[in-house]
Design a protein around this ligand. Structure first.
Ligand code: FMN
Length: 360
């Protein structure tokens, strides 16, 4: 069998992708006060539509789900309408786009919730910061969710998935990574519940699996992906001793649901790939559909991991910010432009839609 190429088309369920390169989800904090995507978002994503698949910035499933200022939602009619130009612009270029569905849980601030505490599996504050009031601030002390509130959160994800299809997305990625609500439930260091959603590995995985099963029942398994970051300390996640069996169990359960892909952040998000020991190949082997690998990939590493059969698609994060034509640059060997850290979070078109392509 010949070695597959990163630059050849790939079939993701019913979707034909241009290539095996994915734009990773990237929060840019440019939504308006009603959390409608910015008017520049359609241009921004369309400029990057030569990726095989775009995964949008994390997008709230409800008001309660918000943890940072000016991040978009997908739970009001105005937000749904605000995403439509984005999906239309990407599709006009033949691209494919999933929206990443997000609930931040405890990674939030009282100022985003009228003075009320953010919600979490347990009342354990994360040692991390959020971006609020135009600066970084410690996250607030959360309150533990009542058991009776959990079906409402599952329902918010269901509605958001339906809204995503209405807005023209090709599918959704459930954000189970980076220390946000669904990841918090998975961790014994963030979840000390004694009900059906805490304690055992199975119980801690229940919310993520319930949410994913509900999204699948709403929009179909082939339009559903899940992002995981098993060995990442992102957003104040404290390592626990059972990470490997925990995530082995999660991936087995996701495989049974038949979802289109798992998207795995290998190592510390935006940090070392070998931050702590974890066998990512074990997850790959437990999952029959597409495995998207992310974190610290460059062309050489992606090529070699593809040749070894370790992943099917490769997601690039920060390199897509300053290189809208990243696919073409990787293909031609053109140098990659550095991003400007000052314009990452918030603002308008500057540092967002004004990065040039090689061809101008
Ligand atoms: C500015 C910025 C924003 C990010 N926003 C998100 C996000 O909304 N959702 C998410 O799952 N990961 C987010 N990430 C993590 C990236 O998707 C990715 O995992 C990380 O950058 C590592 O990939 P890379 O080495 O190719 O950059 C963000 C990273 C950066 C740099």
């Amino acid at each position: 069998m010949s070695t597959p190429s990163l630059f050849e088309p790939y079939k993701l369920g019913p979707l034909n992708l241009f290539n095996r390169i994915v734009m990773a989800p990237l929060t840019r904090n440019r939504a308006g006060s009603d959390l409608v995507p910015s008017p520049f978002a359609a241009d921004y994503y369309a400029q990057r539509a030569s990726a095989g698949l775009i995964i949008t910035e994390a997008t709230q499933v409800s008001k309660q789900a918000q943890g940072y200022q000016n991040t978009p939602g997908i739970y009001t009619p105005e937000q749904i309408a605000g995403w439509r130009p984005v999906t239309d612009a990407v599709h006009a270029k033949g691209g494919r786009i999933f929206v990443q569905l997000w609930h931040v849980g405890r990674v939030s601030h009282v100022d985003l919730h009228g003075g009320e505490a953010p919600v979490a599996p347990s009342a354990i504050r994360a040692e991390t910061k959020t971006f609020v009031n135009n600066g970084f601030a410690d996250v607030s002390e959360p309150r533990a969710l009542d058991l009776e509130e959990i079906p409402g959160i599952v329902e918010d994800f269901r509605k958001a998935a339906a809204n995503a299809i209405e807005a023209g997305f090709d599918g959704v990625e459930v954000h189970g990574a980076n220390g946000y609500l669904l990841d918090q439930f998975l961790r014994e260091t963030a979840n000390v519940r004694t009900d059906a959603y805490g304690g055992s590995i199975e119980n801690r995985a229940r919310l993520l699996i319930d949410v994913t099963a509900t999204v699948v029942s709403e929009i179909g398994a082939q339009r559903t992906g899940v992002r995981l970051s098993p060995a990442s300390p992102a957003s104040g996640i404290v390592p626990s001793k059972d990470e490997q069996p925990q995530f082995n169990h999660v991936v087995e359960a996701l495989d049974r649901l038949g979802i289109a892909y798992i998207h795995v952040v290998e190592g510390a998000t935006s940090g070392p790939r070998d931050a702590r020991p974890f066998d990512f190949d074990a997850l790959r082997k437990k999952f029959r559909n597409t495995y998207i690998a992310n974190n610290g990939y460059d062309l050489e590493l992606a090529k070699s991991r593809l040749a070894e059969g370790k992943a099917d698609l490769f997601a690039f994060g920060h390199n897509f910010i300053a290189n809208p034509d990243l696919v073409e640059r990787l293909k031609s060997g053109a140098p990659l432009a550095p991003l400007n850290p000052a314009t990452l979070y918030g603002g308008g078109a500057q540092g967002y839609t004004d990065y040039p392509t090689v061809s101008g």
